[in-house]
Design a protein around this ligand. Structure first.
Ligand SMILES: [Zn+2]
Length: 648
């Protein structure tokens, strides 16, 4: 990469270079050999040093500095490599925030010792321990983001999401499940902490039960000033944290819906892969949002209003179900190349269309079955998902199987032309594939079976075992065939491995519905427009505009694309009047009758342009329309399995 400045001496050197005429061109001589990386590969053997002790001081909430003291007992001297976790489960990509580690120093049996970072792996630190060494102590800080452009805000004046991978190191050369550790955290005065690990408390210091390093990283904590714990049955609890106590007051019906969601999930899978389960849920606009799965816990972060403005929070209401399903799909059953022995080995997400795609599917289905979402809301969500996927022209060049690499390729950075580049489409396109699979199973078995049978067979074995059971693609095909014989291998190949012109909507049509378009926004789009302050005209002229006129998305080859509009430009006027969201909507609606282009004045950087937006389709929003009489397979799919009346 090119640096910011050319040093002045380089220019002088060029000017002073002798004219060598026909002499051979000068080439620099090698001055140093690259230092080879010498990080031991993880082995399935016990760390011989004994239990590491981790102490985290989390009291500096104003400056958001986490101070760490970690004691690592060792057996003897020699080389030791300590690693900062990089490849993190659930992230599907290397996301270790090594740049936030600072102030690193080590002592060995009380004496300072030098460290050297590995030249090839920025997350590895080499130490040369003197003979007879007994204890290495590491001191460092994790400088949590003070604003969002430094990364997700994980610490505020009243909330903390402590992920142990940010505040600990581990010795290279051992499976992380073979490295014992005990963690302790000191909290600000009066704060409460929650996680699934058992703990004891002395003053403001919470000590967690000794565990292995893999489990510790899989069991983060939430802590804060305002919190509440609610039992939701089946050994699961909601641990709520918020900026203000008024966000912690769910209605009895809302609690009942969460309880039913848990019960529906347990009924679906038929076995549990946890002894106890904690939904960590922050309701905050200061702590960064999150949805991250763990085996016996999930980290969930939503905006204020989750309980107080329930109808507007529609976009967040499948989150807990999604992350809970991961306890089965993703944590217990894991694609074999996504399981790694440590947090250094790269993961391969080649089956994320099951890991995430079917989790996305069950997240919505369980939300509908439990009343976390009404049936109408769920149908509107599904219509919106399918409508958006229909706008993804990138499907023509990039098969779904390639999008599983998007977490590594894009790391969720914003994109200029997402409908052409594609995104992490294995979530929602995976959902559409599993919706079709359910409809096929129901059809082929005369309604006797459904995708529920696959879920029970594939995820629901070995009750209370919370190890990891890996699988290959042929195991998925075999389980589908065990539910009902069908050419499932080709079914998956056609939808996942090949480029396609259109996302499958057979789950709708076989299920008794069809995707159609109308002039009124459905509940899902209305909720997003209200929550995110924007106008979503993706399905008509092909753009999303913030309420201040800033263009947030332009659909590839849409009328807006053809008119030359881009993300980041700003609409200043609509048909010669100041831009307002309503005026923009009205102008789009008017095209249906006046058949005239909408005249926009658009500012991009310093340039103003008048753009005629050639479009005459009016307002256009997706919805599902029932075809045929009586309940069909999609209706059956959305019906609760545990009895009782859903909330909505
Ligand atoms: Zn997920």
């Amino acid at each position: 990469m090119r640096g910011l400045f050319f040093p002045a001496c380089a220019t002088l050197a060029l000017m002073a270079a002798p004219q060598t005429g026909l002499a051979a061109p000068t080439r620099s001589a090698p001055v140093a050999q690259p230092i080879a990386s010498t990080i031991p590969v993880a082995q399935d053997i016990a760390w011989p040093g004994g239990t590491m002790q981790l102490e985290v001081d989390a009291t500096d909430t104003e400056r958001r500095i986490l101070s760490v003291r970690q004691t690592i007992p060792v057996k003897d001297g020699g080389p030791l490599v300590l690693l900062f976790p990089d490849w993190l489960p659930g992230q599907h990509a290397p996301r270790g925030q090594i740049e936030k580690l600072a102030g690193l120093r080590f002592t060995v049996d009380g004496q300072p010792i030098a460290w050297r970072r590995d030249p090839l792996d920025m997350h590895a630190f080499h130490l040369a321990l003197p003979a007879g060494s007994r204890t290495v102590v590491a001191h460092f800080q994790f400088l949590a983001p003070t604003v969002g452009n430094q990364g997700r805000v994980s610490m505020t004046d009243s909330l903390l999401n402590l992920q142990w991978n940010n505040v600990s190191l581990y010795p290279a050369g051992y499976y992380t499940r073979r490295i014992p550790i005990q963690a302790r955290v000191t909290l600000p005065k009066g704060w409460t902490a929650a996680t699934t690990l058992k703990s004891t408390r002395e003053g403001d210091t919470v000590s967690y039960e000794a565990t292995d390093y893999e489990t510790l990283v899989d069991t983060p904590i939430y802590a804060g000033l305002h919190s509440r714990t609610i039992d939701v049955g089946n050994d699961a609890q909601l641990s709520l944290f918020a900026d203000t106590p008024d966000e912690l007051q769910p209605t009895p019906e809302q609690i009942a819906a969460h309880r039913k969601m848990v019960a529906e999930a347990v009924a679906l899978f038929g076995a549990r892969h946890y002894d106890r389960y904690t939904f960590l849920l922050s309701i905050s606009d200061t702590l960064g949002g999150i949805g991250l799965e763990h085996h016996r816990l999930s980290e969930n972060g939503v905006q204020p209003g989750y309980f107080k403005r329930w109808p507007e929070a529609l976009g967040d209401r499948d989150l807990l179900a999604h992350e809970f399903v991961h306890s089965w799909n993703g944590k217990y059953r894991r694609p074999e190349l996504l399981w790694t022995p440590d947090f250094k080995t790269p993961m391969q997400g080649d089956m994320l269309w099951l890991y995430e795609g079917q989790t996305q599917f069950w997240g919505y289905i369980l939300s509908a079955r439990s009343g976390m979402m009404s049936k109408d809301e769920t149908l509107d969500m599904l219509a919106t998902i399918a409508g958006r996927l229909d706008l993804v022209r990138g499907r023509e060049w990039r098969p779904l199987t390639d999008t599983v690499l998007d977490p590594v390729i894009s790391a969720r950075r914003p994109k200029a032309w997402v409908s052409w580049q594609r995104n992490e489409d294995y979530y929602n396109e995976g959902l559409m594939i599993w919706l079709e699979a359910d409809a096929i199973i129901q059809r082929e078995t005369n309604r006797a079976k459904s995708l529920d049978d696959f879920a029970k067979l594939f995820f629901g074995m070995n009750d209370r075992d919370w190890g990891v059971l890996t699988y290959k693609r042929q195991d998925i095909v075999a389980a589908l065939n065990a539910v009902v014989p069908y050419d499932w291998a080709t079914f998956l190949q056609d939808r996942i491995d090949r480029t396609t012109s259109e996302v499958t909507k057979a789950g709708f049509t076989l299920g008794g519905y069809r995707l159609s378009y109308g002039v009124l926004p459905n509940k899902a789009i209305a909720a997003v427009e209200a929550a995110d302050n924007l106008v979503d005209q993706s399905f008509g002229p092909g753009l999303i505009v913030a309420n201040d006129g800033t263009v947030q998305s332009v659909i590839w080859e849409s009328p807006a694309f053809k008119a030359g509009m881009t993300v980041g430009s700003k609409i200043l006027s609509v048909n010669d009047m100041d831009f307002t969201p309503q005026r923009f909507r009205d102008a789009i609606a008017g095209t249906l009758t006046n058949k005239k282009p909408v005249s926009l004045i658009v500012k991009q950087d310093k340039r103003y342009r008048t753009i005629p937006l050639a479009y005459s389709g009016g307002l256009r929003y997706p919805r599902l329309e029932k075809i045929g009489e009586g309940p069909n397979s999609l209706d059956r799919l959305l019906t609760g399995r545990t009895g009782g009346t859903p909330l909505n």
